[in-house]
Design a protein around this ligand. Structure first.
Ligand code: B12
Ligand code: SF4
Length: 505
């Protein structure tokens, strides 16, 4: 237990490139809550520390008072968030060179030994941070080092010491989360995001889960979920709930209890979460009806590919029939299924891509309300089984945090195995698919309209000109998709040129 309240400052870095930050541009940019840091702050408070969360997407990290800090923590995914994480670490080092800088989150966990080598990283916390962080802090308070603390990686006399991963915590010990530590009115999103389970038992070879969560699904009991929903409902009056987690539906019984509880407690706001098609395609009408009654309006589903061979290669454990059946069943209860696909896998053939197109047409044929969130270009993330295939196929592997910070999501340049003639095709279908090409009112991606204040040149256009440009691109997307004609993609090349400069994906 801490004797005096010491500040522990936790930073959530911006995920966009410098120059596009809302507090610099005055953009009406909505960000979701920093869910990675809230549970850490919760346990720190319980142990008598004074956690301070700095969400650098909406707050200026340079203005934070470091005077009474015991240490700082920085969270990061792979990619551009690391660039901003490094900026924060540089600032801390400059202002208070004596403060230990602790890194945690997805990227440091997947590559702990590479991460610790950076001079701006003193300690890496691997995996779930709650228990490890409090134990580490009690060591630091006593003036001791991180020796013996399970879950950490650190440097000693130029050597890297990895204390190994720690077991997972009981999520039922968490909550209510300390939302008061955040500038809640600044989160302009009316949808309230929360996390009620962690991990996933499945084995998809492109996903961080195997390495990070080791197939272990942990969850909060329905009663605790409902208590949180109720508190959020009355305190923040949200318009909707989004369950941001790997696999919300692992326990159907838990979902049933949550849905029943939402109905009986009058918490029936619209809600959405991610689901798998092998689950949803087997849900009986009564269960789907219960979900709908409790507020479920959308399910996001990883279709990934329309090729059975490829689905097997990536260990997805699902089929195209299940995708179509899911679309069909969702239609009966008016839940919108939103599918995502990928192209660009190391072993993908033209035939596989064609099968993905067919699967999408099959889904949209079964349910005209179904949405395609995108046909994304596969991104090889570190620590995933498929990463080895990518390396074997000449992926240029970043070896420093700086290099990882330039590793972009859905970027054709990451995929050296794609033959030159196919690059344009994949890029075009990726860009095109992000414009809702069958629906008039796409749920996910009106980029020309939404990114006001973010994109050079387009900002200066009046809104009706942007709307017209958007409609033209949408028209092109529809026509090209209908004829599966992706040659001479001059308009999509122009859009790609622009989107890359405006950092739109
Ligand atoms: C919500 C979410 C988002 C939100 C943003 C995050 C937010 N507002 O909090 C949005 C929608 C913006 C988003 C965007 C993206 N995301 Co995202 N996202 C998620 C998701 C679904 C949940 C994250 C979360 O809150 N988890 C719950 C918390 C409790 O877990 P946690 O973050 O791991 O935190 C724990 C530990 O990591 C650790 N920890 C974390 N930080 C720190 C810091 C310190 C100091 C310490 C000690 C410990 C510690 O302790 C925490 C508590 O135990 C995850 C999948 C998942 N389930 O994690 C993907 C995930 C993180 N996203 C991913 C990706 C790829 C992206 C995108 C690139 C594209 C995309 N597919 O959406 C963009 C990138 C945006 C950017 N450049 O910043 C990947 C990351 C892969 C990687 N190698 O980094 C994930 C893992 C999805 C996946 N299955 O591949 N994402
Ligand atoms: S992609 Fe989804 S289902 Fe597959 S392992 Fe990751 S979280 Fe689980």
């Amino acid at each position: 237990m801490a004797t005096a309240k010491k500040d522990v400052i936790l930073f959530y870095p911006e995920g966009r490139r410098p120059g596009n930050f809302p507090h610099q541009t005055g953009t009406a940019y909505t960000v979701s809550l920093p869910l990675s840091l809230l549970p850490l702050a919760h346990v720190l408070q319980q142990r008598g520390y004074n956690p301070i969360i700095v969400d650098a997407r909406i707050q200026d990290y340079r203005k934070v008072d470091l005077k009474d800090a015991l240490c700082v923590g920085i969270s990061s995914m792979s990619g551009v968030q690391l660039l901003n994480a490094l900026d924060i670490a540089q600032h801390i080092r400059h202002e208070r060179g004596d403060l230990p800088i602790i890194w945690g989150g997805i990227h440091p966990t997947l590559l702990p030994e590479q991460t610790i080598q950076h001079e701006l990283v003193d300690i890496v916390v691997q995996g779930e941070g709650e228990v490890t962080l409090v134990e580490l802090l009690s060591h630091l308070e006593e003036g001791a080092g991180p020796e013996g603390v399970a879950g950490v990686v650190y440097k000693e006399d130029g050597k890297i010491i990895n204390n190994g991963r720690r077991g997972f915590m009981d999520l039922n010990t968490l909550g209510p989360l300390p939302y008061h530590l955040l500038p809640m009115p600044e989160y302009k999103d009316d949808d309230f995001t929360l996390n009620t389970s962690r991990g996933c038992p499945h084995t998809c070879a492109f996903c961080y889960n195997l390495a990070f969560n080791k197939r272990r699904w942990r969850f909060q009991k329905a009663e605790l979920v409902l208590e949180q929903l109720e508190a959020i409902f009355h305190q923040f009056h949200p318009q909707a709930f989004i369950f941001y987690e790997d696999d919300f539906f692992v326990s159907k019984q838990r979902v049933r209890e949550v849905c029943q509880g939402m109905i009986s407690r009058g918490l029936t706001l619209p809600w959405q979460s991610t689901c798998r098609v092998d689950y949803a395609s087997h849900y009986e009408p009564a269960f789907l009806e219960l979900m709908r009654q409790s507020g479920c309006r959308r399910l996001t589903l990883g279709g990934e590919s329309g090729s059975p061979e490829l689905l097997a290669r990536i260990s997805k454990g699902t089929s195209v029939d299940q995708m179509i059946e899911t679309a069909r069943r969702c239609k009966t209860v008016d839940i919108v299924p939103i599918f995502s696909f990928m192209v660009g896998f190391p072993f993908e053939t033209e035939e596989d891509i064609q099968q993905t197109f067919n699967a999408i047409d099959g889904i949209l044929g079964a349910n005209e309300q179904a949405q395609i969130n995108g046909i994304f270009i596969y991104t090889p993330y570190p620590g995933t089984p498929l990463f080895h295939d990518a390396v074997a196929n000449n992926l240029r592997v970043p070896v420093t945090l700086e290099e990882w910070s330039h590793f972009q999501f859905a970027n054709i340049a990451n995929l050296p195995w794609i033959p030159r003639e196919r690059r344009s095709l994949l890029n075009t279908i990726y860009r095109l698919s992000r414009f809702p090409f069958y629906q008039q009112n796409g749920l996910s991606y009106p980029p020309l309209l939404a990114l006001e204040g973010d994109a050079p040149f387009l900002d200066t256009l009046p809104r009706h000109a942007k709307r017209l440009a958007y409609r033209l691109m949408q028209f092109s997307a529809r026509v090209r998709w209908q004829w599966k004609f992706f040659a001479f993609p001059w308009e999509w090349n122009m859009w790609t040129w622009y989107a890359e400069r405006a950092h739109i994906w």
